[in-house]
Ligand binder design. Structure first.
Ligand SMILES: Cc1cc2nc3c(=O)[nH]c(=O)nc-3n(C[C@H](O)[C@H](O)[C@H](O)COP(=O)(O)OP(=O)(O)OC[C@H]3O[C@@H](n4cnc5c(N)ncnc54)[C@H](O)[C@@H]3O)c2cc1C
Length: 288
């Protein structure tokens, strides 16, 4: 650090030799993922009122490894049959393997005790036998991690650094996806740094937060409100038993949840999203 500015990083090679070096830089992008120790050292904190997910995935061999579609089950249940806010998936990889996993919202107090290892076990027992998901076809222990959601971590910039991806809690609260948002915020950071470098004005970094808010602020606020609603067992039950059986509701819900709305269109998905925006606006911005 030079005062409040990050001026580089100490880099330690992994492995036996463990040699290290210092890299200095005019600007630094923090892209460390959900466990951002560098970010925490800079004072970044997660807003604990915002949703957090947990996910666990493993790999199995499967006779259905080359299916053209992914399968996803929104009706996630633990071993006792209790519904949980999350989903299970099987992603065929086409090379003999499938990726099987579960993702769960853990924010609401009622779900805090959920154990993703037990949940994945229960899910594997439950999926159709045609996938052949069993201990004998498992390729190794599953791995997982936290999914910080809804722009939950900040501050997201400083005088000489920007933070991107999971390190700022960019996972989409509607669906638990974070890969696209890692790329998108990386690209946004690159644009801002390009401006700072070509203009010679470090103040350009301040526009990063504004651009993030313009691009994602309202969508993530709606997503946080959606998560709060889904964390109520009565609402979740209604979603499962009504929504999931209606093709049209599922289609517009999918458009909202995958951030595939088109601003120039005025279909039911866009109308439903406007209603959700109105709902989110009357709620406290803290996410409570
Ligand atoms: C089980 C599971 C399944 C998921 N499935 C999906 C999915 O299907 N679709 C989807 O969109 N998202 C999914 N996600 C979320 C997605 O993986 C993340 O949102 C995304 O990878 C975030 O990208 P990132 O670049 O910000 O962080 P990461 O992908 O975590 O990358 C951070 C990198 O920084 C490295 N690093 C960390 N600290 C340091 C340090 N101090 N020095 C040097 N290097 C460091 C790490 O080793 C890592 O390589 C899943 C997450 C989990 C846990």
């Amino acid at each position: 650090m030079d005062g409040p500015s990050v001026v580089g990083a100490r880099v330690v090679a992994k492995g036996a030799d463990g040699h290290s070096g210092e890299v200095t830089a005019r600007y630094v992008v923090v892209a460390e993922g959900a466990n951002s120790r560098f970010g925490w050292a800079l004072g970044n904190q997660r807003n604990r009122a915002y949703p957090l997910g947990m996910a666990l995935r493993g790999y199995w061999t499967s006779p259905r490894h080359d299916e053209p579609w992914i399968d996803s089950w929104c009706d996630l249940r633990d071993e006792s049959g209790k519904s949980l806010p999350g989903y299970g998936w099987i992603f065929p990889l086409g090379d003999g393997r499938v990726n099987v996993g579960v993702g769960l919202l853990t924010t609401a107090d009622i779900w805090k005790g959920a154990n993703t290892t037990q949940l994945l076990d229960a899910f594997c027992k439950w999926v159709p036998a045609s996938w052949d998901i069993r201990p004998g076809t498992c390729l190794g222990p599953p791995t997982g991690g936290r999914l910080p959601m809804g722009l939950s971590v900040g501050p997201r910039s400083g005088p000489s650094h920007l933070v991107v991806g999971d390190a700022i809690g960019m996972v989409n609260p509607f669906n638990g996806e974070g890969i696209a948002y890692g790329y998108e915020t990386g690209r946004l950071a690159a644009e801002v740094l390009h401006e700072a470098l070509t203009s010679g004005n470090p103040g350009a970094l301040r526009s990063y937060e504004e651009r993030l808010q313009a691009e994602y602020g309202m969508y993530y606020r709606v997503g946080r409100a959606f998560v709060r609603a889904l964390s109520r067992p009565d609402v979740m039950k209604a979603c499962i038993y009504t929504g999931i059986r209606s093709r049209s509701i599922m289609e517009w819900l999918w458009r909202i949840m995958s951030n595939s709305l088109r601003p120039d269109e005025t279909g039911p998905a866009e109308a439903a999203y406007k209603a959700l925006v109105a709902y989110a606006r009357v709620k406290k911005p803290s996410g409570k």
